[in-house]
Design a binder for this molecule. Structure first.
Ligand code: C2E
Ligand code: MG
Ligand code: MG
Ligand code: MG
Length: 291
């Protein structure tokens, strides 16, 4: 009986694995056409200064809406894009569109920066820094207005190579953020040697239980101090409640992002928020649910 049950389990596993492979195959072949068929778009999640909650920037987040598959989350399709080599084309599309939007906001007088997520594969493409410089020039965007986010996963690869690439990028004038810090692999020693400007504290740390009370929670507290000690700007991600906001403020963090301030929204929504801020009609950003 036990043996039979074991066999069923193996079969079920096999079925699930086959399904997974099929799904990946479908995603890969559909993703190939996603740009041409205009299925990709960017949403922008506000980054706010703390404690004022004034928007100072936005993170561009990629969305893929497929006519029959529906909305596919980046956590699912970005790995597919990376494995299939599509990420370079998709990443160029993201960078181009994010810079276009940034140029538009700057032309309208908004004092903001935009950040873009980078896959390790893009970073290691030939002359990536040159490509970035070209896109900035094409849209007439000052380099300091662009932030490129790399994750800890990129850090798990060859450190020397990574430092070289980041140094080249920074030489163009863009700022580098280390994304999802505290979620995974990077060590404190790596933080010290990496040429980065902004440290983004992962939402898992921001959500540590102590921050429910609004007191500074121990890990966030230490990471904020560490970041500042190393001369970095520190941004807390995934702030979802007023208590969490109070906790990161208490820890001395001066930049925040999360559902409390707003999810990713189409550019025109964020622009309405920025306009409201400038004319004083809406001093505090309103949380919005991402569709
Ligand atoms: P990330 O760069 O760490 O982006 C933050 C993620 O957290 C986003 O998920 C965002 O919607 C979500 N988030 C924002 N506020 C909150 C909150 O208060 N609570 C919680 N629980 N989550 C919040 P999203 O858009 O699904 O993106 C997931 C990941 O996919 C991103 O993580 C990033 O690593 C990757 N990604 C997104 N767009 C791109 C892109 O254009 N290029 C590349 N290479 N990766 C991208
Ligand atoms: Mg990010
Ligand atoms: Mg993150
Ligand atoms: Mg992430």
């Amino acid at each position: 009986y036990a043996k039979q049950r074991g066999k069923n389990r193996v079969e079920r596993y096999q079925v699930r694995y086959d399904e997974l492979l099929r799904r990946r195959g479908t995603l890969e072949s559909e993703l190939r056409h996603a740009i041409d068929r205009e299925q990709l778009r960017l949403v922008f999640q506000p980054v706010v200064a703390l404690p004022s909650m004034r928007p100072v920037g936005a993170e561009a987040l990629l969305r893929w809406h497929h006519p029959t598959l529906g909305a596919v989350r980046p956590d699912e399709f970005i790995p597919v894009a990376e494995d299939s080599g599509l990420i370079n084309r998709i990443g160029s599309w993201v960078l181009d569109n994010a810079c276009k939007q940034l140029a538009d906001w700057l032309a309208k007088g908004h004092d903001v920066w935009v950040s873009v997520n980078l896959s390790p594969k893009e970073l290691h493409a030939a002359d990536y820094a040159g490509q970035v410089a070209d896109v900035l020039a094409e849209h007439g965007v000052p380099a300091q207005r662009l932030v490129l986010e790399v994750t800890e996963h990129a850090v798990a690869t060859d450190m020397e190579e990574l430092i070289g690439r980041l140094t080249e990028l920074r030489a163009t004038g863009v700022r580098i953020a280390l994304d999802d810090f505290g979620a995974g692999y990077s060590s404190l020693g790596q933080l010290r040697t990496l040429p980065v400007d902004i440290l983004k504290i992962d939402h898992a740390l921001v959500a540590e239980p102590e921050s429910r009370t609004g007191e500074a929670a121990p890990l966030v507290d230490v990471v904020v101090r560490l970041g500042h000690r190393l001369g970095l700007e520190v941004l807390a991600e995934g702030i979802g409640t007023p208590a969490q906001r109070a906790a990161v403020v208490e820890a001395g963090c001066r930049l925040g992002q999360g559902s409390l301030f707003g999810w990713g929204v189409p550019a025109e929504h964020l622009e309405a928020q920025l306009d409201g801020l400038r004319t004083g009609t809406r001093p505090v950003p309103q949380p919005r649910n991402e569709p």
